[in-house]
Design a protein around this ligand. Structure first.
Ligand SMILES: [Zn+2]
Length: 159
């Protein structure tokens, strides 16, 4: 396997956590008696760029299904952290109504809603329909797509 950032061979595996279902792969009652797919969960670090990464065994369409069940806003401590972070970074960078905040994987809008409340324009990018819809219900502008080169190029073309 090569580094997904710099394409150098990955030779330093440093944690092996065995095998696990992919995150948020909740089972229905009917599926509890059926076999469940487990994937190796190993971390490697690139000795060239130091990116820590897992090996991919499942595609984005498997990991980010339309009924994706993890909503960041269910964690009250995470909401406090997001509010504190938004205030800190707004102050540090001098963000205002002329700024533009983009969050890749904005989930249900748990972070961006703080910038909207502060009058700072935002765009969320979120591949899962369930969470993107929740973010849009908060009044956030959300592109419901998986972020990659194609979307990056289109956003650049849009300015
Ligand atoms: Zn690398």
């Amino acid at each position: 396997m090569n580094c997904r950032f710099c394409d150098r061979p990955l030779i330093h595996e440093f944690i092996d956590l065995g095998c696990a279902p992919h995150s948020n792969a909740y089972l229905t009652a009917a599926n509890l008696k059926r076999p469940e797919v487990y994937y190796p969960l190993k971390l490697s670090v690139c000795s060239n760029c130091w990116l820590v990464q897992t090996e991919d065994y499942a595609g984005a369409e498997d990991l980010f299904s339309p009924d994706y069940a993890y909503f960041s806003s269910t964690s009250s401590s995470w909401l406090v952290h997001a509010r504190n972070y938004s205030q800190l970074i707004t102050s540090r960078l001098g963000l205002n109504a002329k700024s533009f905040v983009v969050e890749i994987a904005c989930n249900d809008g748990y972070l961006l809603k703080n910038f909207v409340e502060a009058g700072i324009p935002c765009l969320g990018i979120e591949p899962t329909a369930s969470t993107a819809s929740a973010a849009q219900d908060l009044g956030l502008s959300v592109r419901q797509e998986f972020f990659g080169q194609s979307l990056g190029r289109r956003l650049a073309d849009e300015g």
